[in-house]
Design a protein around this ligand. Structure first.
Ligand code: SF4
Ligand code: SF4
Length: 415
């Protein structure tokens, strides 16, 4: 099995080598080599920042297309919570959900309903956690969890080991469809309708689990125009969908999880740069007294995901309104739909070291010394003209054989 699988990829022919993505990548995963962006696999967390900032649309996320549904006898759509922000508030969301049936799906499981179930457990989980694990950090945004793996290994014990709502929805859908149809696993296709490259990656490289219950993912932006057309043209009876309550829908925006947990001592932070600043403080033990942190790589939360269509702030405002929808079930009823044992991770996640200098400790120290010396001899402008995001990263690249010292055009000009 390949060590890495990333949804984010480059359309090489569209890339002009402008370096925008390289400068914005939060993990310094991008280099520009021979005029084209290149992603260093072990560093990428699939946050999608490079998709958002590329002026030439050269970055995108690998997803499935509707014709892939034909490979399965029974097809289930799992619309992400952020779907609720993508349509004007006067739209009937039940009708929106029915468009999935016309697109070729046999059934729809609203991820917001699974978020309701997780919400019913989350308050107790936070209340009962050992104080030394706090602040507990949500794993709902997989890009943030992967950022913790590579940059904050000391915070791995703080993360909440509960599955994502989409995973819980997929498990429920699979069980119900199998019981109803008698079909085998491989005959059932369960597709996340998603806004997020990191969630796509988690289907193929799951966090905390051996295998995802999802088959694949379809990006919302790829089907949105057809959904709008179907919404207007559909006639006949609509199926009454089982949808989430305001609490579950609220997960689609920053602050929604904290509202679900119903505690005062929380931090809800959005945008990968701000998330990094908050995690820096947790790492330095400067946030004592905070019980819970929800962080999102995308500004406004999942409604700001790069595979969505709506302006993130408009989407957030719509979700805020829909999050007022009253509860449909009591916590006890929600818990009876899925036991706690069925929503917790089975595997512990490990730190993921990205700067592997050498297996041999002595050689690694020598390489580190070399990096320090090279770094000191570079101009310190972090201009990126060499194709590496900072002078420090160029020094690392030179020692790791990924670049040459002469790539620094400032040094070259000074000679
Ligand atoms: S932002 Fe990155 S991917 Fe887009 S054109 Fe510039 S270098 Fe290429
Ligand atoms: S997806 Fe995020 S981490 Fe990966 S290359 Fe793009 S900006 Fe960097």
């Amino acid at each position: 099995m390949k060590a890495y699988w990333h949804s984010v990829f480059l359309h090489k022919e569209k890339c002009t080598g402008c370096t925008n993505c390289m400068h914005k990548c939060p993990t310094q995963a991008i280099r520009v080599i021979d005029g084209k962006a290149k992603i260093i696999e072990e560093r990428c967390i699939d946050c999608g920042e490079c998709i958002k900032v590329c002026p030439f649309h050269a970055k995108d996320a690998k997803t499935d297309v509707l014709s892939d549904l034909a490979n399965y006898r029974y097809k289930v759509a799992l619309p992400a919570t952020s779907l609720y922000g993508q349509f004007p508030t006067e739209y009937d969301m039940n009708r929106v959900m029915n468009t999935f049936l016309r697109l070729g799906f046999d059934e729809v499981f609203d991820v917001s309903r699974a978020a309701d179930i997780i919400s019913a457990y989350l308050n107790d989980y936070v209340d009962n956690a050992e104080e030394e694990r706090k602040p507990l950090i949500s794993t709902y945004c997989p890009a943030v969890t992967r950022l913790i793996q590579i940059r904050y290994p000391s915070l791995i014990d703080n993360i909440i080991t509960i599955e994502s709502p989409s995973e819980v929805a997929a498990r429920q859908a699979r069980q119900l469809v199998k019981a109803k149809t008698g079909l085998k696993d491989e005959e059932i296709g369960i597709f996340l309708i998603t806004e997020c490259p990191a969630k796509v990656t988690s289907i193929y490289k799951p966090l905390g689990l051996d295998k995802s219950q999802m088959t694949g993912a379809v990006s919302l932006k790829s089907i949105y125009p057809r959904m709008l057309k179907l919404y207007d043209s559909m006639t006949g009876d609509m199926v009454d969908m089982q949808m989430g309550s305001g609490v579950g829908i609220g997960w689609g925006r920053v602050g929604g999880q904290s509202y679900a947990v119903d505690i005062d001592n929380y931090i809800a932070v959005d945008g990968i740069d701000e998330v990094t600043k908050v995690l820096d403080k947790v790492d330095l033990e400067m946030l004592r007294g905070v019980d819970f942190i929800e962080g999102y790589a995308c500004v406004t939360g999942c409604c700001g995901g790069p595979l969505n269509v709506e302006n993130p702030f408009i989407a957030k405002s719509r979700i805020r309104k829909q999050a007022k929808k009253p509860p449909i079930f009591s916590d006890e009823e929600l818990k009876s739909m899925c036991s706690f044992e069925n929503i917790v991770w089975t595997n512990k996640i490990e730190p993921h070291q990205i700067l592997k200098l050498d297996k041999d400790f002595k050689k690694a120290i020598e390489k580190m010394t070399k990096i320090e010396a090279l770094h000191k001899s570079l101009p310190g402008l972090d201009c990126g003209a060499c194709g590496s995001p900072t002078c420090r990263s160029l020094a690392e690249d030179v020692v790791l054989g990924r670049a040459k010292f002469e790539d620094c055009i400032v040094r070259k000009g000074a000679k």
